[in-house]
Ligand binder design. Structure first.
Ligand SMILES: C[S@@+](CC[C@H](N)C(=O)[O-])C[C@H]1O[C@@H](n2cnc3c(N)ncnc32)[C@H](O)[C@@H]1O
Length: 286
């Protein structure tokens, strides 16, 4: 798939609206939800996992969790994507009971193909955590979800759903990730617009402080640094939108409007080298 496949015609003027009215204006005009973005751009190629960052992070997270969890845990994966992490849990802990939630119907469909025995539903992660029977879960997982949900509400929901001493496996990029791409983005959008797309923790230290404040004891933390190199526009769009790394309505709106206005901006940025910084940790409810 090339950039052309990501471009859908929109009424002229839509792109201007992104910049004249700012991000909120674009959101209203485009009305693209995160579920729509994953359904349309990401689901069919998510498991390609360029640079293997998702696979490696998931493996480390499960190694951490496996050191502390029972042989037959009740597991709840919030924002489970295509179910790859739950599949790995099933492989390691055959007696585990698996539940998962994702907001994208297409991602849920793909997960169901891999995990016919699991209880997989389509819906919002925070709502699902709140509606889970209190004190019923041994291991909650939120891998690459924090950018899409409000951490405080999520934490409260998870604390309620976990059994006493229950575990929470968190995998997230931080604001320290992709610093070069953040600087490049600031050439075309303002700081407030960029920050509105990023609600990941500022750093592993900030995440640790937040967890402690919410009465979670941090048991293990690993930081993964993975250099990436993108040779051209096609690879950039494939990584940013197709692989879900910057799946947001601003980028979907830009892709739909066409990239011609950015020709000058794109001209001198390749090969684009950057570093993904991922914080992988497991915490226990206290
Ligand atoms: C980057 S993917 C991570 C998938 C999986 N956890 C993994 O590690 O591969 C983010 C997932 O979160 C889902 N998502 C985004 N917002 C959500 C929400 N509010 N509730 C549930 N799922 C959500 C997306 O549909 C997508 O499948």
């Amino acid at each position: 798939m090339g950039p052309a496949d990501l471009i859908v015609e929109l009424p002229s003027g839509a792109l201007d609206a992104v910049f004249l009215e700012g991000y909120e204006g674009a959101r209203r005009i485009m009305g693209v939800s995160i579920a729509d973005i994953y359904d349309e751009y990401v689901a069919h190629r998510y498991d390609e996992d360029p640079f293997g960052i998702i696979r490696t992070s998931g493996r480390i997270a499960l190694e951490q969790a496996a050191r502390h969890v029972s042989e037959d845990p009740e597991v709840l994966d919030l924002g489970m994507g295509t179910g790859e992490t739950l599949r790995q849990v099933r492989h390691r802990l055959q007696a585990a009971k698996l539940r998962g939630v994702d907001i994208s119907p297409r991602m849920v469909e793909l997960a169901r193909l891999k995990l016919p025995e699991a209880r997989l539903v389509c819906g919002d992660a925070v709502t699902a955590a709140r509606r889970t029977e209190p004190r019923s879960i041994d291991l909650a997982m939120t891998h690459f979800l924090l950018n899409y949900v409000e951490l405080d509400a999520l934490t409260k929901g998870i604390a309620r759903a976990l059994k006493p001493d229950g575990l929470w496996s968190i995998v997230t990029t931080t604001a320290e990730s992709f610093r070069h791409m953040q600087r490049l983005a600031l050439r075309i959008v303002d700081e407030a617009t960029l920050r509105a797309q990023m609600s990941v923790p500022r750093s592993p230290l900030h995440l640790a402080a937040e967890l402690r404040a919410q009465r979670f004891e941090l048991m293990e933390v690993t930081e993964l640094e993975q250099p990436i190199e993108l040779p051209d526009t096609e690879a950039l769009l494939g990584f940013a939108l197709g692989a879900g790394w910057f799946a947001c309505d601003l980028l979907a709106s830009l892709a739909r409007s066409g990239l011609d206005p950015f020709a000058e901006w794109l001209e001198d940025i390749f090969p684009l080298r950057d570093v993904a910084r991922v914080c992988i940790c497991v915490a226990r409810k206290i």
